[in-house]
Design a protein around this ligand. Structure first.
Ligand SMILES: [Zn+2]
Length: 182
């Protein structure tokens, strides 16, 4: 950030009084431009034995498969965001959301929250950010064409936990050194 969004003044990088790390500070109006991690919310929609995946129509990872997920908006809860993203990307209605995976990605300042959810009916269609949306049995999952490690980890856990029917919340840290494949 170079200029203050409040007054247009030149931003300086410094530690504000009472703080312990450098921030973008506007010496002109005194505004401190805090930057904090972003939350990504999404669903693992399940219909009978199948899970719903979307093929991305946008970069990054154009053409690869993912779960419907995206940045949380102001004014909504995590579940509302997950439901909204599922509607926007897969034109699918989900219910009975249960928090399932939480990923910390400190190197890019992101936190993922993925909810297991029930797809009410096998009705879905690609939204604007998807090329294609489809239901997959476990054996049909395109493991080599998944867009993000958060997605492959979530699916791995899901199929593992499904054997016992017990789905504890899975929380993991994802570091940049780890290859983006499972
Ligand atoms: Zn300013």
């Amino acid at each position: 950030m170079n200029f203050c969004s409040q007054c247009g003044g030149q931003i300086e990088r410094r530690v504000p009084a009472g703080d312990n790390r450098e921030r973008d500070v506007c010496p002109q109006c005194g505004f401190i431009h805090y930057q904090n991690p972003k939350v990504i919310v999404g669903c693992l929609p399940v219909y009978q034995n199948k899970v719903l995946l979307c093929r991305r129509a946008i970069d990054p990872r154009y053409g690869l498969w993912t779960l419907p997920a995206g940045f949380m908006e102001l004014g909504e809860t995590t579940w509302q965001g997950a439901e909204r993203e599922t509607w926007e990307e897969a034109r699918a209605k989900v219910s009975n959301l249960e928090l399932y995976s939480v990923f910390n990605l400190p190197h890019i300042g992101q936190v993922y929250c993925i909810f297991r959810s029930e797809l009410e009916k096998p009705e879905f269609a690609p939204g604007e950010e998807s090329l294609e949306v489809a239901l997959f049995e476990e054996e049909e999952i395109p493991w080599d064409e998944l867009a993000f490690m958060t997605i492959s980890r979530t699916l791995k856990h899901y199929f593992e936990d499904r054997k016992s029917g017990d789905f504890p919340v899975r929380m993991e840290d994802i570091e940049p050194s780890v290859k983006p494949k499972c």
